[in-house]
Design a protein around this ligand. Structure first.
Ligand code: COA
Length: 320
C-alpha cells in the first residue's frame, strides 16, 4: 500500500579525487578529513559530465532496472541545486534524452532534502490518481560551485546522480504516504550560494559558504526528531526498522543520530567514504547500491531522511 521504488540507477563521474590530492590544494590532511567527516574520496565531473547528462545516465539504468519503457513514465522530477543553466530545466532535458513522451517534467530545489521532496510530490500525485509511474532523480555537479581554496567546504562535496522509478502497488485511494517535510528559512544564511542568479542582486558569493558547526548541530537535533515523526505516522517502532537511509553529509552526524536513536550503526548504510556529500543524489545512490548488493528484499523496512540548505528536512517510511 505504498509508493514503491521499482527500479534504481546511479552514475558517478570517472575522475576520483582522494584526500591526498585535496591536501595539495589546501592546508588539510587525509587523517583530518577522514576523522572529522568520514570522506576518503569523491568523484569529480569531467568536461562532458553535466547535471543533465549524469541524471540521464542514472535514469536509463533505473528504467532498465524497473523493466519499463520510457513511454510509461508520467512524471519526471529532478532535484538539483547545481544545474548549469536555469532554462530549460534539467527534467525536460532528461525527458528529451529518454524520449519519455508522456511525461511531465520539472526540477525541485530543496537542496539535500530534494530527493525526499521529489518522492513526496510524486507519491501525492499517485494518491490523487493523476499519475501512475514517476522517475525521481537527484543529480548534482557540486564541484563547479566549490571554492577550492576553502578547506572548510571543499573537502566535503562530490558529483554524481541517482535515479528511481516509483509506482504504487495498489489502487490510488489505498496508498499510504507516511512522510513529513519541514523548512526553517530563518536559518537560510548557514549555507548559501548565488550561482546563476546575478551576484550583485543577492548578498551571497558564487560558491558554497557554510557554517559547518551550525549545520552539524541542526542535523543531529532535527533528524532524530523527524525520524520520530515518521515512525509515529507509519505505526512502526524504531527497533523494527531494517535500515535508516540518511543524507550523507558527515559520518559523525550519522553516528551521532544512530546513538541518539539507540540503534546499531550497521542499520545506517553509508557511501560518504567513497562519494562525499552529493546533496540530493546521496540517497537514491545509496538505495541503488543497497539494491545491487541484494540488501533490499520485499518487506525490508526503511526510514529515509534528508536535511540540508534552506534549511529543509524531512523523510518517509517505505516497505521495499
Ligand atoms: N583541515 C584541517 N583543519 C580544518 C579543516 C580542514 N579541512 N577545516 C577546518 N579546520 C580547522 C578549523 O580551522 C578549526 O581550527 P581552530 O580550532 O584552530 O579554529 C578546527 O579545524 C575545527 O573546526 P570546526 O569547524 O569546529 O570543525 P568541525 O569538527 O565542525 O568540522 C565540518 C568541520 C565542516 C567537517 C563539520 O562541521 C561538518 O561536516 N558540518 C556539517 C556540514 C554539512 O553537512 N554541510 C552540508 C549540509 S547538507
Amino acid at each position: 500500500m505504498f509508493v514503491k521504488i521499482e527500479g534504481t540507477g546511479s552514475f558517478l563521474p570517472e575522475r576520483v579525487v582522494d584526500n591526498f590530492e585535496i591536501a595539495t590544494k589546501v592546508d588539510t590532511s587525509d587523517e583530518w578529513i577522514q576523522t572529522r567527516t568520514g570522506v576518503k574520496t569523491r568523484h569529480i565531473a569531467g568536461e562532458k559530465d553535466t547535471v543533465a547528462s549524469m541524471a540521464t545516465e542514472a535514469a536509463r539504468r533505473a528504467v532498465r532496472d524497473a523493466g519499463i519503457s520510457p513511454e510509461e513514465i508520467d512524471m519526471i522530477i529532478v532535484s538539483t541545486v547545481s544545474a548549469e543553466q536555469t532554462l530549460p530545466c534539467v527534467a525536460c532535458e532528461v525527458q528529451k534524452a529518454l524520449d519519455a513522451r508522456s511525461a511531465s517534467a520539472f526540477d525541485v530545489n530543496s537542496a539535500c532534502s530534494g530527493f525526499i521532496t521529489g518522492y513526496q510530490i510524486a507519491a501525492g500525485q499517485m494518491k490523487a490518481g493523476l499519475i501512475r509511474t514517476a522517475l525521481v532523480i537527484g543529480s548534482e555537479c557540486l564541484s563547479e560551485n566549490v571554492d577550492w581554496t576553502d578547506r572548510g567546504t571543499c573537502i566535503l562535496f562530490g558529483d554524481g546522480a541517482g535515479a528511481t522509478i516509483l509506482r504504487a502497488d495498489c489502487r490510488p485511494e489505498e496508498i499510504q504516504i507516511p512522510a513529513v517535510l519541514h523548512a526553517d528559512g530563518s536559518k537560510g544564511h548557514v549555507l548559501t550560494c548565488s550561482v546563476g542568479h546575478g551576484k550583485d542582486k543577492v548578498p551571497f558569493a558564487d560558491y558554497y559558504q557554510m557554517d559547518g558547526r551550525e549545520i552539524f548541530k541542526f542535523a543531529v537535533k532535527k533528524v532524530p526528531e523527524v525520524i520520530g515523526e515518521i515512525l509515529e505516522k507509519s505505526g512502526q517502532e524504531v527497533d523494527e526498522i531494517d535500515y535508516f537511509i540518511l543524507h550523507q553529509a558527515n559520518r559523525r552526524i550519522i553516528e551521532s543520530i544512530a546513538k541518539r536513536l539507540h540503534q546499531d550503526e550497521s542499520k545506517f548504510p553509508m557511501n560518504i567514504m567513497d562519494n562525499g556529500n552529493i546533496s540530493s543524489a546521496c540517497i537514491p545512490m545509496l538505495l541503488d547500491q543497497l539494491r545491487r548488493e541484494g540488501r533490499l528484499e520485499p518487506g525490508t523496512k526503511l526510514v529515509i531522511a534528508g536535511f540540508g540548505a534552506g534549511l529543509t528536512w524531512g523523510g518517509f517510511y517505505l516497505e521495499w
